[in-house]
Design a protein around this ligand. Sequence first.
Ligand SMILES: [Zn+2]
Length: 206
Amino acid sequence: MILLLPGAIIHDEMVPARAPWLHLIRAGQTLRIVDLEGNQAVDFLIYAAEDDAERYSAQDTIAAQGNIFLREGSVLLSNDARPMMTITASSVAYHDTIGGACSCESNTLRYGHHTKSQHSCVDNFLLANRSAGRTKRDIVPNINFFMNVPVEPDGTLGIVDGISAPGLTVDLRAEMDVVVVASNCPQINNPCNGFKPTAIRMIVAV
Ligand SMILES: [Zn+2]
């Protein structure tokens, strides 16, 4: 299902498998993320362009909407409880808010010491943020678009086979000027990328 974007396209970029991405999205612009080959997790942070002390807050977003999943209509709130972006369309049923970003530390703990040198989303966040002077202390709990982390009635969660598919999309309208920092997740030890990281496409429309 390909929906029309609201206006003229001002940026259209392929992000290779395993790569970071940083981009300024002005208030009113829409970012479309395209999961080109299906089941590719996109780890995602948002900072206010004016002052990056204000940034995406999973806790505020989850509490305000009373639900742990992000869907069409979800408003992504900052740590000041202000709307940063709104999910205006999604051809995937829901997106994850609690699975976090992979790191060499979490990989080693979960999958063994031999995974310590594998590239991770935290590496990508650090690489992308470096140009803006941000460091590890600026990385907060992130969104995972196209990633399936179901939660059982007893609170158990898992990272399981995805519910996305080739060409599915999520559209986010910026409600303020924001800097988006994304990691095209390099994880190969669990099904979040179908064990094969692939490219994604980032389109910005005005
Ligand atoms: Zn990852």
